[in-house]
Ligand binder design. Structure first.
Ligand code: PLP
Length: 395
């Protein structure tokens, strides 16, 4: 986030910039209807409820075994049953074999993950679901600007989601967007949205304070500061099901809007960081990079890799936490304690998701990351590998 955006935020406080932002999102992604909520969790809950009204007999929503915890929370909050389908650890997309054995008759929707800005195999999913009566919901909370073929991530299926939360591609501290080309879905979401309460003034002041703190502190050299401020919840991995569904704090739209205007620049920096990681990361049987699916252009919200040696992973994370490297998310969906009894696991298979949870490390690519930070991170991994190789040998 640029300081100039902060200035324009205060300059725009008395306008309502949300209409502009919605028009720009619609234009950028080529979608007809755009709705903005306080966060993507709330937006997802509203979307699922809207979809469910047409087919109340369909009670299950398929979610990846490894994704953001809020996705599972939204399904539960919407009063439906999350059905976990396992992912392929090489690509983080649904395992083809697991997907093909789903009984689509009871399924309301299948939700994508598109984690870290790497699109799932959505065109395959779309053709698989065609004619089944089950919706595809394209969760592009982490992948705004990524493409598959000539189509935008988030625009596959019946409806898509974007998040404007901290640490997403475009952020205004919070915010969640539903996009759809379907008039009847849009109509239902509109009536849910019209029933929402606005945020109270005290809450708004807190939002502005968070915005200031976030703008000032998100630099690698200062990263230790926000990681110790609890309310910012950076690298947040808490499961929370008790969130209200609320309206967006509309003045924030000017911030999201000015970032959207330079999204090409934002994402090319992230992709450039990813290129360096790809080339400089040490080659080792203990380190696996995630493969983008064919014909996709990821935006690399973070750079994910799997470190299969638990000792290397632990030591590297300890050493590199201050540089913004993290082990997110720490658990597969069925292993979140609060999910016990609330989730069904398709074929009892969660091996892929568990493997990812146990070995994933994500490296930063945001706009304050410089080449020297990347080299330091990769060098740190290299030396951890060397140290532990020695230790393994001497045991
Ligand atoms: C962040 C995220 C969400 C939820 O977004 P919020 O705006 O924080 O509610 C949903 N899905 C994915 C994949 C996410 O990364």
């Amino acid at each position: 986030m640029h300081l100039t955006e902060l200035v324009s935020f205060f300059a725009n406080l008395r306008h309502d910039p949300v209409a502009d932002f919605k028009a720009h999102v619609g234009n950028y992604l080529g979608v007809k209807h755009v709705f903005v909520f306080e966060n993507a969790r709330g937006a997802m809950t509203a979307l699922i409820r809207a979809l469910a009204t047409a087919t109340p007999e369909r009670r299950q929503v398929v979610i990846p075994s490894y994704t953001c915890y809020s996705v599972a929370a939204s399904v539960v909050k919407a009063g439906l049953e999350p059905l976990v389908c396992d992912v392929d650890p090489n690509t983080l997309t649904y395992s083809r074999q697991q997907l093909r054995t789903l009984d689509l008759g009871e399924i309301l929707a299948v939700v994508t993950g598109n984690l870290y800005g790497l699109p799932n195999d959505v065109s395959d999913l779309e053709s698989f679901l065609r004619g089944s009566g089950a919706h595809l919901v394209d969760d592009a909370a982490q992948s705004l600007g990524a493409t598959i073929g000539d189509r935008n991530s988030g625009t596959f299926g019946s409806a898509g989601l974007l998040s404007l939360d901290k640490g997403k591609v475009v952020t205004s501290i919070n915010g969640g967007v539903i996009i759809t080309n379907d008039d009847s879905i849009a109509h239902k979401i509109k009536s849910i949205q019209e029933s929402l309460r606005q945020q109270n003034p005290g809450k708004k002041l807190i939002e502005v304070a968070k915005l200031l703190a976030y703008t000032i502190f998100l630099r690698p050299s200062l990263y230790w500061v926000p990681s110790r401020i609890p309310f910012l919840n950076l690298g947040e991995t808490l499961y929370d099901q008790d969130f209200p569904i609320r309206a967006y704090f509309e003045p924030f739209a000017s911030i999201a809007d000015s970032q959207l205007a330079r999204i090409g620049e934002i994402n090319s920096h992230r992709v450039a960081c990813a290129r360096i990681y790809e080339q400089v990361l040490p080659n080792s049987s203990r380190i696996h990079q995630i493969r983008p699916i064919p014909d996709s252009s990821p935006v690399y919200l973070r750079f994910p890799l799997l470190i299969t040696d638990a000792l290397v992973r632990r030591q590297f994370l300890k050493k590199s936490h201050r540089l913004g490297c993290a082990a997110s998310y720490p658990k597969s969906i069925p292993d979140i304690p609060e999910m016990a009894g609330r989730v069904k696991v398709h074929n009892q298979m969660c091996e892929g998701g568990r493997h990812v949870a146990a070995s994933i490390v994500t490296l930063p690519t945001h706009s304050y990351v410089r080449q020297q930070d990347i080299l330091e991170i990769c060098g740190g991994l290299q030396s951890t590998l060397a140290e532990t190789a020695y230790r393994h040998e001497s045991q």
